[in-house]
Design a protein around this ligand. Structure first.
Ligand code: ADP
Length: 749
């Protein structure tokens, strides 16, 4: 934090803690009289100006019934206030005989828990503003106001209307930001006055206490800031023995600091109307006049009424540009959701097209992080910097989201990449999987026009232990250059990010559910298929054996009654049934494997292969040709030894089978680079496999040659090998140069 910000912060805490409690000033403004009544309507407290305003001394009023001031009818009406809720105002026109002259007053009554507070302001008119005059004053204003759809036009129109009604020199609308600081967003003023439009004011200018009062009271009127305040007599409320709570008093006196603040601005009278949206203080309509300015209670009521209309319209009148922007974000969101829900891989859907991922929150860079894999899009920091940002930001996340438009201030290491990421929006998709999306915005150096130096908004002086605050003397435009910040993230952009997260989570979750269901189905039907295949092939073998046996008997015992063609036909039947048995056996084997449970054990592959090669050699008459090379000892691995034996048996047999060289050899080994999970290979110098068949050869009953060629076969060996490899969660593939040889690679996990 810089030195000047330090000052600002300490001033802020001082203004909030060391200011007097402004709702308990014990005094009122002098243009009216305040009377405090008990439940019997006896006057228990008065302001010390009754003589000047009512022509009655304090002693003539204090501890006297209200009837000593007002007639019975008026008193009866006021008694009704006790039936109302605290904080509800009731106003009456009353006539009081002051110094033998009938004087009219606006009598504004409201109650607290214990007392009734009456405030009397002298007025010229004897009657309430008629409905028709009220209507005439406001209806035109409201009609115009309602015609505007654009927020900025709307606010400007409101300032002009209020200026016309009140005839104040300047009317501004002041909007608070989320930090409590504010800026002037609309203004209507006397032509010769300097503009305040666009000026910023620090949060300390309107302390929390004052904001709370605005929220409760809606309207604040001070016709003459310099007029000395009038004390209450007695100073404490005799009913509660506490200072009287003047939070809702229309005459409440002005805090000295506030008074000085306005005087330093050259203002003598103020009227402030609170603008409330969703129970929050959205802003203020603030009216300034350079000289003292009376304004009747009715006129103020009209202004308060307009304030209410503005407050309710605020919700509906959104800036058109803002609205267009929100519509654009919404359409991007639905586009996203659609493509994510259709994509197999949601990451692809996220980053293709890249621009969409950036536009969905108007960022200039983004990073998608899936566990340890980070994909960068647009203008971003380096991958390692992004990784570090995630580590840090993960500790700051609330509700799966973290955003800042001044990352360097929170995370100083990011100064190094402020040009790409002064603004950060981080979205956590999944905690378990460490899935994040990050968006970045570059530094935007901004100039802010302040109304006076905000770092010296107040001066703190301490004399004999008493702290006094005095506001800045100058409100002349003071420019500040703000660095290390990006454009702020808007509420609708944060919403857009959250909507994206919900869509991803929803779609991924429902896909996972769907997948689990499909897997269960698949498993079930696989099991069914395997047992069907097993049963079918098993049952087929019996009649087949019969066909074979009877055909052989016919051939052996009845050859003499058959002609050559008949014998040939029968021989074909025998051959076909032999072939069919081989096919059925292959099917049976595959079906068995489909239901097989692996019996894994530590298996020394050297021993396994030595045994296997011995058997192969013994079973082949041309075994002297078997040149099997194992360049270095093979590792011991955890596997189903019987099944792995079947793999090597098939591969080695094929290696010699599909070999037309005179010096045939096979090499069995494993690759160096994968010691943890070795990649084994079986290499030969055989006929090789054309490129386009390198996948198909693993299909059941797929042969590349005619039946008799290369020693025959049904095309099931490699399908069985593949099945066994997959049962071990491994992979098998082949590389080959036709005419030179092939290498089968496989892993077994
Ligand atoms: P089969 O040997 O019964 O035909 P396989 O499933 O073992 O069935 O092999 C499928 C096909 O793959 C073979 O027909 C052959 O064309 C080809 N093949 C298998 N191994 C090799 C090899 N080592 N070299 C060249 N071709 C091979």
């Amino acid at each position: 934090m810089s030195q000047s910000e330090d000052n600002l912060a300490s001033t802020a805490s001082l203004t909030n803690h060391d200011r007097k409690l402004i709702h308990l000033p014990g005094s009122i403004q002098p243009h009216g009289v305040l009377l405090t009544l008990n439940s019997q309507l006896h006057i228990v407290q008065v302001s010390n100006n009754t003589q000047e305003i009512l022509g009655k001394s304090i002693s003539e009023l204090l501890n006297k019934p209200l009837t000593s001031l007002l007639d019975n009818q008026q008193v009866a009406a006021i008694r009704q206030c006790w039936t109302k809720k605290p904080s509800v105002y009731t106003s009456y026109k009353v006539a009081i005989n002051t110094n033998n002259l009938e004087q009219y007053f606006d009598c504004i009554a409201h109650r607290t828990e214990e007392t009734l507070i009456l405030e009397l302001e002298p007025t010229q008119s004897s009657s309430e503003l008629s409905f028709l005059s009220f209507h005439a004053l406001v209806s035109e204003a409201i009609a115009d106001i309602q015609k505007t759809s654009n927020l900025s036009d709307f606010l400007h129109l409101v300032t002009s209307q209020v200026k016309e009604i009140t005839a104040f020199d300047r009317v501004i609308i002041y909007q608070f930001d989320h930090t409590g600081a504010g800026s002037v967003v609309a203004e209507a003023k006397r032509e010769d006055l300097p503009p305040y439009l666009g000026l910023h004011y620090p949060a300390t200018d309107i302390p929390q206490q004052a904001r709370n009062l605005y929220k409760r009271g809606m309207l604040r009127f001070v016709p003459n800031l310099t007029a000395p305040a009038v004390k209450l007599v007695p100073i404490d409320n005799p009913i509660t023995q506490q200072p009287l709570d003047l939070s809702l008093s229309v005459l409440r006196s002005v805090d000295t600091c506030c008074m000085e603040y306005y005087q330093n601005m050259g203002v003598s009278a103020i009227l402030v109307i609170a603008l409330i949206q969703d129970q929050q203080l959205w802003g203020l309509i603030s009216c300034h006049h350079q000289t003292p300015k009376p304004l009747s209670y009715e006129m103020r009521q009209i202004c308060a009424f307009l304030g209410r209309i503005v407050s309710s319209e605020l919700t509906h009148k959104v800036n058109e540009l803002e609205l267009d922007y929100q519509v654009k974000l919404k359409s991007l969101q639905s586009e996203f959701i659609e493509s994510i829900s259709q994509a197999d891989n949601f990451i692809d859907a996220l980053i293709k097209p890249e621009i969409r991922l950036l536009d969905v929150v108007s960022a200039s860079g983004a990073a998608v992080c899936l566990d340890n894999e980070i994909t960068l899009v647009g203008t971003t920091p380096e991958i390692e910097q992004v990784r570090a940002v995630i580590e840090w930001a993960d500790t700051q996340i609330k509700d799966n989201l973290f955003s800042t438009n001044s990352l360097p201030q929170l995370y100083p290491e990011s100064v190094a990449f402020k040009d790409t990421a002064s603004g950060l929006l981080l979205l956590r998709i999944s905690q378990v999987r460490r899935y994040y999306i990050l968006w970045f915005r570059p530094e935007v150096i901004q100039t802010v026009n302040w109304a006076g130096n905000p770092h010296q908004a107040f001066q703190v002086t301490e004399v004999d232990g008493t702290v006094t605050l005095s506001p800045r003397k100058s409100f002349a435009k003071w420019q500040e250059t703000v660095r290390l910040t990006s454009l702020p993230w808007k509420e609708c952009e944060l919403d857009s990010a959250i909507a994206l997260r919900n869509a991803i989570v929803g779609i991924v979750l429902s896909k996972a559910d769907e997948l689990a269901k499909i897997n269960r189905e698949l498993e079930r039907s696989n099991r069914q298929l395997a047992s069907f295949a097993y049963a079918a092939s098993h049952d087929l073998k019996e009649p087949l054996r019969g066909i074979y046996n009877y055909s052989t008997i016919l051939l052996e015992d009845y050859a003499q009654v058959l002609d050559d063609e008949g014998i040939e036909c029968l021989q074909t039947v025998v051959n076909l049934s032999v072939r069919m048995e081989t096919l059925i056996n292959a099917l049976l084997r595959l079906a068995q494997l489909g239901q097989a449970q692996l019996r894994k054990q530590a298996t020394n592959l050297n021993e396994l292969l030595t045994e296997l090669i011995d058997i192969l050699r013994a079973s082949r008459p041309d075994s002297h040709l078997f040149d099997i090379r194992i360049p270095r000892p093979l590792p011991t691995i955890d596997c189903d030894a019987v099944l792995v034996n079947e793999i090597f048996s098939n591969l080695i047999t094929n290696a010699f089978k599909y070999n037309d060289k005179t010096d045939q050899w096979v090499e069995i080994g494993y690759l160096d680079s994968h010691l943890v999970n070795p990649v084994f290979y079986v290499r030969d110098n055989g006929i090789g496999i054309p490129q386009h068949h390198r996948e198909t050869i693993f299909r059941l009953f797929k042969r590349l040659h005619s039946q008799e060629k290369y020693g025959g076969g049904v095309g099931a060996g490699l399908a069985i090998v593949k099945k066994i490899v997959e049962l071990h969660n491994g992979r098998i593939w082949v590389e080959s140069t036709p005419g030179m040889g092939s290498t089968f690679y496989l892993t077994l996990e």
